[in-house]
Design a protein around this ligand. Structure first.
Ligand code: CP
Length: 330
C-alpha cells in the first residue's frame, strides 16, 4: 500500500500527497504506541545507514534522527562540512553520489538563505537514495509533521474549522530562518485548518511560499489570513504557534535585525493573550524557545503547552518517514 514511497525524497511536504502524509502519521502513531508498550523495531532498517549532514547545529533534529536509526536497527553517521571534503568545496552531486553508494539515506540540514533547499534538491537529482530535509532555508518538513501529529493525537484527524495561528515573537539573539513558519503555513491548510499569520512590518515570508500556501488554502476551501495585530490573531484561536524569525526578506545584517526586533518587544505570548484564545487552545513551539522573550514561562510550562510532545514526535515521525522511504521491513 505504501510501496510507492520507497526511495521517495522528503524535502518538502509539498512533494507528498495528503494521503501519503497521513500514512506517515498513522505509522508514526503506531511506532510510538508500540515503543511505549516495550516493543523494539530493530528489524525495520536492520544494517542500513543514514548519513546526516549538518551545515548548522542541532539538539532535537540530530538526536531524534540518530536515535531513530538506532531504534530501527540501523546506524546514523554525523557529518559536517568541516568533517568532510564539502569544506574544501566538494559539491552536492559528488557528495550525494558517493554517500548513496554506501548507505540507504541522506539527511541534510542547510539553512543558508537562497542555497539550502537548492542544495538538497541538487543532491536528490544525483543520489539514488532518499534525501531528507532536516531543515533548510525554505522548509522544515519533519518539524511541521511532528507538530501536525501532536494535533492529531489530541484532537483527532479531522482538524477542519480549527484556527491555527503562526505569530512572530520578539527575541534578540540570532537571525532565525523562515523555515518553520513557512512549513506550517504551507502544510496546515492542507489538513483543513484556517491559518492566520501574524507579524510586524518587515517580517513577511517568502512570496513563492505564500503563493503555495494560498493555493493550498484555496484547494482545501479554508481561510489564510495575514495580520499585523498579535491580539487579533490570538482571539479565539485553537492552535497557537508563536515563535521568532528573522526579517530575512528585508535584511540579515545583525545590527539592522536587532534594531528592527527592538521595536516589537511586546510581541510575546503572554498569559493574558493566551486567555483570549479558545477554551481548549494549545501553545506550540518547535524549540529551542527563547525563554524570557518569546513567551511567559507560565505559558511555556503551562497545561496548554504541547512543546515536549512536539519534540518527542520528531523521533516517531522521522522513524516512520525513514521506514517508508528506505525500504523498511514493515
Ligand atoms: N526544532 C528543531 O529543529 O530543533 P533543533 O534545531 O535543536 O534540531
Amino acid at each position: 500500500m505504501s510501496e510507492h514511497l520507497i526511495q521517495k525524497d522528503f524535502i518538502s511536504t509539498q512533494d507528498w500527497s495528503v494521503d501519503d502524509l497521513r500514512t506517515a502519521i498513522d505509522l508514526a502513531t503506531r511506532l510510538k504506541a508500540e515503543r511505549r508498550a516495550g516493543q523494539v523495531h530493530d528489524h525495520i532498517l536492520r544494517a542500513k545507514t543514514l548519513y546526516m549532514l549538518f551545515f548548522e547545529e542541532s539538539t532535537r533534529t540530530r538526536n531524534s534522527f540518530e536515535t531513530g536509526m538506532t531504534q530501527l536497527g540501523g546506524h546514523a553517521v554525523y557529518l559536517t562540512p568541516a568533517a568532510t571534503q564539502i569544506g574544501h568545496g566538494e559539491n552536492a552531486q559528488d557528495t550525494g553520489r558517493v554517500l548513496s553508494s554506501y548507505g540507504e539515506g541522506i539527511a541534510v540540514r542547510d539553512c543558508r538563505t537562497g542555497i539550502g533547499q537548492q542544495y538538497l534538491y541538487g543532491m536528490a537529482g544525483h543520489a539514488d537514495v532518499p534525501i531528507f530535509s532536516m531543515q533548510d532555508d525554505v522548509d522544515h518538513p519533519c518539524q511541521a509533521m511532528a507538530d501536525l501529529m501532536a494535533l492529531v493525537e489530541r484532537f483527532g484527524s479531522d482538524l477542519r474549522g480549527r484556527k491555527f495561528v503562526i505569530s512572530w515573537t520578539h527575541a534578540p539573539k540570532y537571525v532565525r530562518p523562515l523555515s518553520v513558519p513557512q512549513s506550517l503555513v504551507m502544510l496546515m491548510p492542507r489538513f483543513g485548518m484556517d491559518v492566520t499569520l501574524a507579524y510586524p512590518e518587515g517580517y513577511h515570508l517568502a512570496p513563492h511560499v505564500m503563493d503555495t500556501a494560498r493555493a493550498n488554502a484555496a484547494e482545501a476551501g479554508v481561510e489564510l489570513t495575514e495580520t499585523d495585530d498579535m491580539d487579533e490573531a490570538f482571539a479565539g484561536a485553537d492552535f497557537l504557534y508563536p515563535k521568532s524569525w528573522g526579517p530575512i526578506m528585508v535584511t540579515e545584517d545583525e545590527s539592522e535585525v536587532e534594531a528592527m526586533a527592538a521595536q516589537h518587544t511586546d510581541w510575546r505570548a503572554t498569559t493574558e493573550r493566551m486567555a483570549t484564545a479558545s477554551a481548549e487552545a494549545v501553545y506550540m513551539h518547535c524549540m529551542p524557545v527563547d525563554r524570557g522573550y518569546e513567551a511567559d514561562d507560565e505559558v511555556i510550562d503551562g497545561p496548554q503547552s504541547v512543546i515536549y510532545q512536539q519534540a518527542e514526535n520528531r523521533l516517531h515521525i522521522q522513524k516512520a518517514l525513514m521506514a517508508l522511504t528506505m525500504g523498511g521491513d514493515l
